[in-house]
Design a protein around this ligand. Sequence first.
Ligand code: FMN
Length: 514
Amino acid sequence: MTVNRNLEAAWKYHNATKHSHASVHNNPHFLDWTNQPLPFKAYTALEPLALPREARQTGVAALSAIAESILTDSSAVPDLEALAQLLYLTAGITRHRKYPGGDIHFRAAACTGALYEVELYVVCGNLADLEAGVYHFSPAEFALRRLRTGDYRQALSEATASETAVIHAPLTIICTCTYWRNAWKYQARTYRHFGWDNGTLLANLLAVATALGVPAKVICGFVDADVNRLLDVDADCEVVFSLVALGHAAALARQLPSELSPIHWESLPLSRNETVYPAMHEIHAASSLRSAAEVETWRVHAPLAKLPPTTAPIVPLHPDSDAEMPRDPIEQVILRRGSARKFAQVPIGLPQLSTMLDRATRGIPADFLDTQGAHLNDVYLIVNAVEGLEPGAYAYHRDGHVLECLKLGNFRAQAGHLGLDQQLPAEAAADIFFLMDLEMILERFGNRGYRAAQLEAGILSGKLYLAAYAQRLSATGLTFYDDEVIRFFSPHARGKSVTMLVAIGYNAKSVLQR
Ligand SMILES: Cc1cc2nc3c(=O)[nH]c(=O)nc-3n(C[C@H](O)[C@H](O)[C@H](O)COP(=O)(O)O)c2cc1C
């Protein structure tokens, strides 16, 4: 049995990192501001290569860009300008605010605690205006740093067992996650945040790729040690979490396995000292794939997360068609996005909610999903204030575009409690929860399924964020009391586990300005 098949590991991590009222209120952890991690990875000995700042406007409506993907067998090779735009709208600095404790450089995608533990790297062949190489993206300078010179795509082809999208990709973006940068605040729960924060960022990346006419595919199946070695990251601190193959070109010729020499580029320490949370390293090791053969068997045939047929009353949804929907372009919507800090307690429209649910769940091109629109997560809602929809708890059935009513009532207070006793979910017009059947997912994917399901929830949440802002609404990701959420949605949700929560509504600020 491979380590990935020892399913106890994922259950152990998941159960140990659940939030309950007691676990949150008895936790003696405090933020040591004198030891706050650096928000950026800073290589000390490499010169930055500035990226072009003039971005072309795609003009593609955000609500189309998040819902569609480009399927092509013809050549699609991004140039440096397109790569710069992809990187900027995925992880670039879009806002900057000064606080008494220091500066926060807010990024294109939402991230727990604004701690930005996800780093991006590029592995490419020769592109127009960019030599083949392995590069690190520095959002602070909006620049690349070359870690290796030459075409290393063969290493990715081997590590992904010749995944079709990878062998045809002129470039692949690799996302790594840095434990301490997020664990400084969130301790061992950070490993869940890896999926969420990597996911919101991928929602942007996938949408921008679509707007630029570039095919993209998310890859979760790879030999971990080999991709870590390609980037030469210190895997005790930073690990590869996902890859995105971008573009389409003639397939790489198969070559002999490539030898990778260590490169040892120094980077600044993040903090004076770092605390290690062993639970995260355990789940990472237990969900690692160790050979190309293991990757190959891992990625075939995903199950569909099908809800049982409806038994309770249903409400049909009426999402906007392409002709009816707001057409604000994706780049404008990404720049406008920023998490709501206070919602106005005014209703949103049922077409707005319908459009968000419809557009955000039309499918993700990923190696762990075999059919368009298949998902590992199910969608549950607490509706507080949506015109034409009675307040209550609902399950969303994507196939029929209907909400199944689980119970009616005003659940604002419960929503606030379930969302870790915060005001935001109580004030929101709707709270959208992602729930997974962890047993089924682990059965199919082993522990690696835990990563895939958290990542998918992050991508779906990122799409919801964009769908909200495209309609001039606001959104925020939220954390939650795990078991209480399941109890709230049971018996329908019995046996499931929560992955993420996004609250939606009108921003209090924008309502005041109207
Ligand atoms: C998965 C996730 C969970 C979050 N949880 C909370 C939360 O519990 N409470 C909160 O106020 N904000 C939460 N946020 C919002 C972040 O604090 C916010 O994204 C971050 O400060 C960056 O700001 P921005 O989204 O405005 O760019 C969450 C965001 C994400 C992506």
